[in-house]
Design a protein around this ligand. Structure first.
Ligand code: LR7
Ligand code: MN
Length: 572
């Protein structure tokens, strides 16, 4: 198959309904395998030097994916942690190991014992070593940004890329130092990297956070594809080509490896379950879940097929460089850590791209319980501010679900400054991106995303009548489900709403009226005390100094606030 055939396939692909895209993953047929002969077929764990015929870039055709590992048979088979095995702290070193934990929030002592080029088990699904990729894959720059990374993990990350990436595809490794404070990351690192011609170090004068640090790396990258990695990883055999292949097939595909686990305790390399995809739960919390069984069956998926992901984990992915900039890269207003994975994920899906996990590409990552570096400002505040920026720009009316799951306080913009969003909003418009509702319907249809927390009638137990809006005023009347003016929403941001008007105390006084809804007004927020609480079901006006309860007037013609009383049925 020549390249033009593939391109035709690509064109057809773009028109397809997103839901059907998986079916087109395999554009390479078995007969293509013949083409690999020409290019030579390296065996797993074969050294770079022994490649039968190094590929010349820009030659059409295919080859079997290079299962490179220059360590081949490892130099020291008996070394600590070799082959990704668990390492153990000797009894007399336990105190030392413990005291060094905080340097990286993992077992730094053990990491320092393990060879920088250790072998790890090839955990790819069986078919992966036989799969074929194009000879003329795009080149890549690998970007590691780091702050105060542990020496041995940083170096092991770099060596795993150098040892397991086809040299002709790896233009460079960019190490972006986000203003580290540790001595060894200065001259000592410069010295070390002088020996590795592909490695360039970029020093940021001020701490920028990982988002702007990545942007600094991307800005100087020379490769056609940007490959971002965390600075405590080990790339597995054959990790790179399957990622670049996806970008080659469609430059709007953003490819992520399967992220495996390097144990923070014993540094062993642990493989993860198949069919995992990246998702989020409210309030924009990243997580993993297994593809539903029926989805796997319906699409006849094998363990090596790409997996569409509603969101990516954030740290490890390949993206076409030009496409990254077309998308406006990251919102540079995001600080330090967090939320950028949501931002780039929504942006990719809503503006014409796709995110996939590629099971034939696997990278180990040390998952840590805590960030081992300082946040210039409060950590919690930094992350929630980032998330609020993302919610405001990308979530449309669904942003209420974000705020409504524990972030109500962010709505008060006099207390919380989330910065200027003009450019981000303009960008979304310019790119002509779809709505968040489209994203939910087409990319992540199994998330729970009801726009309001509750809807229906507001029945008062004391009067045994329902609240209604009649002639722009509130009053109680015989309950009737068919009457629109008795329908209220209780929104995620705690408004009691009918169309555009909301129930609101008149300042701090006892009277309650209707006002145009405005979630930034704390006075309009009602805390709902659920029915199963000892106090019974109440609606408490949040912003009143005494936390007053909503109460029906005796004759049903009014609504007011009063001191909360558990036994007062007019408050229920
Ligand atoms: O201020 C900073 N400057 C930096 O350069 C803070 C961090 N960094 C570097 C840091 O040294 C590291 O190399 O940025 C990288 C990521 O930071 P981590 O390792 O502390 O992040 P994490 O692994 O805890 O978190 C995940 O979510 C982050 C949200 O902002 C980023 O997207 C990380 O890249 C991401 N990591 C992964 O996706 C790996 C798998 C984790 C999961 C699930
Ligand atoms: Mn990490």
């Amino acid at each position: 198959k020549d390249k033009s055939a593939i391109q035709e396939n690509k064109a057809a692909h773009k028109k397809d309904d997103l839901k059907n895209k998986e079916k087109h993953n395999h554009v390479i047929s078995k007969s293509d395998l013949n083409a690999t002969k020409e290019a030579g077929e390296p065996k797993p764990h074969q050294g770079v030097d022994s490649l039968a015929k190094p590929l010349v870039k820009r030659k059409s055709g295919f080859h079997k994916v290079y299962s490179l590992d220059v360590t081949g048979a490892p130099r020291d088979a008996k070394a600590v942690g070799q082959y990704g095995n668990a390492a153990e702290v000797p009894g007399d070193k336990a105190v030392e190991a413990k005291s060094r934990w905080a340097e990286g929030h993992f077992n730094v002592f053990l990491s320092d014992q393990i060879p920088l080029d250790r072998a790890i088990p090839d955990t790819r699904p069986q078919t992966c070593s036989q799969s074929v990729v194009h000879n003329d894959l795009p080149t890549t720059s690998v970007i590691f940004c780091f702050v105060d990374e542990v020496w041995s993990t940083l170096l092991r990350s770099v060596h795993s890329v150098l040892n397991r990436s086809p040299p002709h595809l790896l233009v460079e490794i960019l190490l972006v130092d986000d203003c580290s404070t540790r001595d060894y990351l200065g001259e000592q690192l410069d010295e070390y990297m002088k020996k590795l011609p592909k490695v360039r170090i970029i020093r940021l004068k001020e701490r920028q956070g990982l988002i702007r640090a990545r942007l600094a790396g991307a800005a100087v990258a020379k490769g056609e594809v940007l490959t971002f990695l965390d600075s405590h990883v080990e790339c597995n055999v054959g990790w790179l080509e399957p990622l670049l292949e996806r970008v080659y097939l469609d430059r709007r595909k953003v490819a992520c490896p399967v992220i495996e686990v390097i144990s923070d305790k014993d540094m062993s390399y642990v493989l993860v379950d198949n069919f995992q995809r990246g998702i989020f739960k409210w309030p924009l919390v990243f997580g993993w879940n297994t593809l539903p069984e029926e989805h796997i069956k319906k699409n006849n998926m094998s363990v090596s097929d790409p997996i569409r992901c509603p969101v990516m984990a954030g740290g490890l992915f390949s993206i076409d460089k030009k496409y990254f900039y077309e998308l406006g890269a990251y919102d540079p207003g995001l600080d330090v850590w967090g939320g950028e994975n949501m931002e780039i994920s929504f942006k990719i899906w809503m503006c014409g791209g796709e995110i996939e996990i590629i099971p034939c590409s696997r990278v180990g990552h040390i998952f840590r319980g805590q960030n081992p570096y300082k946040f210039p400002k409060d950590r919690q505040k930094t992350v929630e501010r980032n998330l609020a920026r993302v919610a405001e720009v990308w979530l449309d009316e669904y942003k209420d679900l974000f705020y409504g799951h524990g972030y109500h306080h962010l709505l008060d913009r006099t207390a919380v400054d989330i910065g200027d969003l003009t450019e981000q909003i303009a960008l979304r418009k310019k790119l002509n991106c779809t709505s968040f509702k489209w994203y939910l319907d087409n990319v992540y249809s199994d998330i729970e995303a009801h726009l309001v927390k509750a809807e229906g009638l507001m029945f008062n137990h004391g009067l045994r009548k329902c609240l209604a809006i009649h002639e722009d005023a509130l009053s109680f009347t015989i309950c009737d489900l068919s009457k629109k003016n008795q329908h209220f929403n209780y929104t995620w941001v705690r408004l009691l709403r009918q169309q555009d008007v909301c129930i609101s105390p008149r300042d701090q006084q006892a009277n309650v009226t209707l006002e145009p809804c405005d979630p930034s007004k704390p006075l309009q927020r009602w805390f709902h005390k659920p029915a199963d609480s000892a106090l019974g079901e109440h609606l408490i006006a949040e912003a009143t100094t005494q936390h007053l309860c909503l109460e029906a007037g005796l004759h049903g013609s009014s609504l007011h606030l009063n001191l909360c009383e558990p036994s007062n049925s007019l408050q229920k």
